[in-house]
Structure formats: C-alpha cells, structure tokens
Design a protein around this ligand. Sequence first.
Ligand code: ADP
Ligand code: ASP
Ligand code: MG
Length: 627
Amino acid sequence: MSLVVQKYGGTSVGSVERIQAVAQRVIATAQKGNSLVIVVSAMGKTTDGLVKLAGEISTNPCRREMDMLLSTGEQVSIALLSMALKELGQPAISLTGAQVGIVTEAQYSHARILHIQTERIVRHLNENQVVVVAGFQGISSTEELEITTLGRGGSDTSAVALAASLGADRCEIYTDVPGILTTDPRLVPDAQLMDEITSDEMLELASLGAKVLHPRAVEIARNYGVLLVVLSSWTDQPGTRVVSPMSEPRSLRDLEIARPVTAVEFDLEQAKVALLRVPDCPGVAARLFGEIALQELDVDLIIQSIHEGNTNDIAFTVNKAILKRAEAVAEAIAPGLRSPSTADSQEAEVIVDRNVAKISITGAGMIGHPGIAAQMFTALASAGINIEMISTSEVKVSCVIDAQDCDQAIAILCETFEIRSSAIQLPVLGEEVAVLEKKGNSRKISTSSHLGIPTPKELPPVRGVALDLNQARLAILYVPNRPGMAAQLFGLLAKENISVDMIIQSQRCRVIDGNRTRDIAFTVSQTDAQAAQITLQQAASVLGCGKILLDTEIAKVSIVGAGMVEQPGVATRMFAALAAERINIQMIATSEIKISCVVAKEQGTAALQAIHSAFGLAGSQKIEVRA
Ligand code: ADP
Ligand code: ASP
Ligand code: MG
C-alpha cells in the first residue's frame, strides 16, 4: 500500500462534471489500496475572478484582505470534491490549510511554507478517509490563524510540501496537458511530451515561464527527493517524471526557507573575452558565436548588456586553454562589426582578461528569496572585492572577479552562507557533510551530492524552451565602478521584497565627472517594476548613479538543458534562429544549463517558435490542451 498525494489544477476541477470525473479517478486509485491525500485548486478561473472583483473595489487592496479573499476559491472545491467522493460511497473529509496546520511565514500573498502538521491528516487516513486539502493557502501561526496564500500557481507547492512532510511514495500533479512538454503547447502547437526531466532542468524551465509547475514545488521535490509526476486528468497516459538527485536527510522544519544556498563554486581556469561596441542589430551574437562554434570552442558564461546608443557589449568566458583561439576569432570578426550610426562609428574592440576567477553560489532555495544575490554582493563588497561580470539564473549567481581575490571570496561566501569548506579550513558550520568535487582548478563546496543523475553528455543539449511575457527590464545608468555598488542597489530592492532576475553589468566603463561607471541592467516581474524603479530613483543620486530606465515591452526566451554543458555550439544555434527571424537580442544571460535572451515583447512568441524548431524539438504527435 502506498501513500499518494494527488493535486488537481483549476481546469481539472472546473465544473461539476469535472469534479465528478476527478472523484472517479481518486476512487480508482484508492481501490488499488492506496492512501490518498488530494490537493485541489480553485475551480477554473475562480482566482482570476476574485482578483478582478477586488480590483473593482480598490486599486491597491490590502494584502491581508486579498489573501482572505483568494483563499476562498479552494474552499469551494475541497467541499465539492469531498461531497462528490461521498456521493460515490468513498469516505472523505475536506480540510482548509488552517485545519491541517500548513504553517507559513507571516507574509501575505507569497508566503513560504515553514512546516506542516501532519497528525490530523494521518488520523483521517488511518480511518480510511480520503483527505481533501485546500491548495495555495496556509496560516501564519497556529494561534492567530492568519490566512496566507503561497503565490499564484501555489497549489503545486502545497501538494509537494504535503508529500514531503508525509513521506508520501509519490506526488502526482494532474493538469490540462499530458505532462511536461518541450514548450507551452498553446504557443507552439507541435510541442512534444517528455517522459522524464531532471529537477534541475525543470526548476529552470518553471522559473523561466513554463507555468505547468510552480518552481517552488520543484524545489521542494528536489530538496526532499519527492517522486514527482505531471499528468493529464483526462487520460490514463503515464505523463512526465521529474527526477531528483538523492537527497541528504533534511529537517521538515523551515521547509521552504532553510538553506537557500547549498554550494559555493569557483573556477580559476576561466578567462574573459569582451567585445565592446558591437552594433545593436539582429545577427551579431549569431555571427560571433557561430565562428566560435565552428572552431569547436566551448564557451561558458555569455552576457550581453543593455545598449547605449546603437551599440552593445558582449562578454564571454572560456577555459584558458582555448583563450588564444577564442581571442583570435573575436579579433578576426571585430573589424567587420561596425556600427551603422555615424555618432558611434568606431570599430568593435576586443578586450581579454586572463586573471579572472568565476565564483558562484547555487541553491534551489534562492528562488523568490530576493535577498540572496544582494547578500552575495554585500559579502564580496565587505572584503573589498570588485565584481566585473554578474550572471544570474534562478538557482545560481555567478560573479567574475579578479583572480587574486578568489581565496578571499570563497572564504567570505562560505562563511556568509554557512557552507563548510575543508579546502580552506573554515570552522565546521552546520551538520551536513560537505562534498568537495575537485575538477582541476575548479571546485564545488556543497552540502549535497548528485548521485544517480545522468551526466551532461548523456542528456540532450536542450530539453525545453520557455517564454516569459511577465517581465520588465530596468537599467541603472552610470553606476560607479567600485566595490559595494551592486550590493547597495540590490540590497535596497531586497528590502522591498522585490525579486530580481537576470542581472547584467555592462563591460564598458564610461567616465562620468572623472569617475569610471558601468551600467547595470536586470529584469523583474512586471508587478514589481514600478516599485523597483521608484526605490532605485530615490537612491540613485545619493549613490552617485544616473538615470533609471524602465522597459515593460520585453519578452524573455530561454532554452534549458543539462546536456548543454560541454557541448559547443548550443548558444549559436539559438542566436542564429533569432537572427534568421530578424529578431534583435537586447540582453543575453547564461548559466550552465540555460541561455536566456531578452527580445521585444511583440517578437516573443515568434522567438519561442523559431528556437523550438531550431533545436528539433517539434514532434508529430498532436498534444491535447483542455480549455
Ligand atoms: P493547473 O491549473 O492544472 O495548475 P496551469 O495552467 O497552471 O494548470 O499549468 C498548465 C499549463 O501550463 C498548460 O495548459 C500549458 O499551457 C502551460 N505550459 C507552459 N509551459 C509548458 C510546458 N513546458 N509543458 C506543459 N505545459 C506548459
Ligand atoms: N488558485 C490559485 C491560482 O489560481 C492556486 C493554483 O491554482 O495553484 O493561482
Ligand atoms: Mg498551475
């Protein structure tokens, strides 16, 4: 007999008939001898309807009352599903988040789960009842019973957190598509179903716009080794398995907030190549990285910052062993890259820096924790370390710094994030076993191992493609080029609880009033964009920065695949696909397993389709999407 947690999304319980169909499915699973906890979302588009209602009363409704309102949607569906089950002869009981004891942070609208009291659920399960729990909601304390919600799409997170807390055998997420697909089938009709995906890949995809799973649900599954399956509530197809590395035993207290950073990594084998003043028009990145791929040179980080005037800077890092060849390619193509504008008609310039180190912090727990990147920048600043390049993904922040500063950076980051480092003999911090993976001159100091997960070479270079239309881009001009600036700027945003995505710092230094300055651009969720702009505007003059520019007409397209590590040419294919459609790339940011490009919003869907087809992800099997 297994303990199974099943979650049914809004469309799956969108009508009386659907609720009855779900009840049949639940009973079929129970009759196979399984104990069942069912998590449900609000019916259909109920939550959207509630948000709209609130908007008709107030332009800025109080967050507490919003949570009070939004949590009602799920209360309707748990009651109806329990009735439907009982009607069919299956003993069942519905429970709200408060009745279960799903305890969250005291943070309305996007609370993270701290722990789940399982006693009551277990008692009902032992009485052979199916327990139907309201997704998306919790309480901030068991005394005050303040209702909190987990953020839109948060029922997935409720389900996986329940599975982890109950030690369930598996967690099944039932939705309106047959599983996890190579991309959103509503935008790309020939998207294909995958049998399996690693939790690392899914974490990136979910964070980059694939809303089939709430990223925090993937994070919990990964941290606690929950077997997670995504499947259709209309068919009996097996769906997609999300596979996680073997997890170290982990406390069920502070479930979503313990240890946001699990590893500090450094790499002294890298060198930086920057091309300054390349024209801001389609095809430039494709040409540069196309040449580099032709030489079979493997590029690590790539960043392209916002443009000033009609030119961009593109910087990338490569292993020192191939630096000469990469530099030669850049030098060879630079003369041909002349900006068409008369004002900026200088040739592109190539700059090479051998004395760099890449230092990164990683951890699934940094998703939605606005302060983590700022904490890293602050730690580096406190040691007087200047940051030359920043590249972020949802689960990793990498900084390129002077190689001389590397030891000090490792020490301060291990201390800040409580990562034990036997390499530098820090005092023992925490109880986890530190795993030290040595790879030449690069190392990873972490608290978990990745046993049982396929190595990059066994994985396809690109697993999935995602589009995020809910982002805005902000740029801070003329940021003084000295340690501590990124720390201060992103610290301010963190204080306002604003999560920052894709941070990119320009390569070129401009001299303003005798000071060297750089521009920093980043993306945030559109809902936070105005607040971020106001916060930064208030601080800009005090900090000596220039204007804050906001652009809401952007789209972010990303490719994700654990197999892209050590496979040259992946970036080029993406850039070439965009160039072929005459789509201009405004920003580029990469991490080991993803490449994201910011393009104009109106070109977002075309960009997604072009990239999906360029990587041969299209299938001939017709995917059904339920309305
Ligand atoms: P639910 O209400 O069941 O939680 P969601 O609407 O939150 O469902 O998520 C399912 C939707 O996610 C699909 O209908 C699809 O349009 C969208 N989606 C985006 N990217 C993907 C992807 N890579 N694979 C599957 N579905 C995706
Ligand atoms: N009902 C909530 C929403 O629409 C939670 C969920 O469906 O996961 O966001
Ligand atoms: Mg959902």
